[in-house]
Design a protein around this ligand. Structure first.
Ligand code: SF4
Ligand code: SF4
Length: 197
């Protein structure tokens, strides 16, 4: 059992506005319906590796325990398979809550700096914002360099085979008028910024 699981929580640890911030994010509106049945934790294929199971994430989130949920490895281990969301008897958007918490963790600057998923998350956003397109090769290389360069070295032969067979391409495409996309992303960022306040 990890230290985060053993920790006793106190009323003073709560951030009263945090639950409302999450409830206001898309797909997260129904967290108060949770009956703590743990179906989500039971069906999650990776819950064994999580410091807090999906059931506990929902309970701590709706009670405002911001630091617990943002610092747990759970949100980065979640593979977004949607199994929990499909099986939840109360139709709670558990996967959407995981996405919302990832966004909050990045905004708060508490994401693990050298773990693959948060690096990938940011590199994907930066590439799409800049070019309007996503290059799998560039994304993989940039993410490995920033998170685990040695792992990239170990996968060099696989990368070369993918390039040879045309499954990977080094070409970086640009959309013709990225200003349209920038307008949409700026709008989304403004909404996120307002929610974060
Ligand atoms: S399956 Fe739904 S209702 Fe049950 S604990 Fe998980 S979130 Fe709550
Ligand atoms: S979406 Fe995430 S939390 Fe839900 S079952 Fe899949 S891995 Fe687990």
């Amino acid at each position: 059992m990890s230290s985060i699981q053993r920790q006793i929580r106190f009323e003073s640890d709560r951030d009263p506005g945090f639950a409302d911030e999450i409830r206001a994010m898309p797909g997260c509106e129904l967290i108060d319906r949770c009956i703590q049945c743990a179906t989500c934790s039971g069906v999650c294929p990776v819950s064994t590796y999580m410091e807090l199971t999906p059931r506990r994430i929902i309970e701590l989130t709706r009670n405002g325990f911001k630091q617990d949920v943002l610092n747990a490895n759970t949100i980065w281990i979640c593979t977004s398979c949607y199994e929990c969301q499909v099986e939840c008897p109360k139709e709670i958007g558990i996967t959407d809550v995981m996405y919302a918490l990832k966004t909050k963790a990045i905004q708060a600057g508490v994401e693990p700096k050298h773990l693959g998923p948060p690096v990938l998350f940011k590199e994907f956003y930066n590439m799409v914002r800049k070019t309007g397109r996503m290059s799998e090769t560039q994304l993989a290389v940039r993410s490995f360099i920033k998170s685990n360069p040695m792992q990239m070295w170990g996968m060099k032969w696989l990368g070369l085979r993918l390039l040879k067979t045309g499954r990977f391409s080094v070409k970086l495409e640009h959309m013709p008028k990225p200003s349209v996309l920038h307008t949409a992303l700026d709008h989304a960022d403004r909404i996120d910024g307002r929610r974060a306040k």
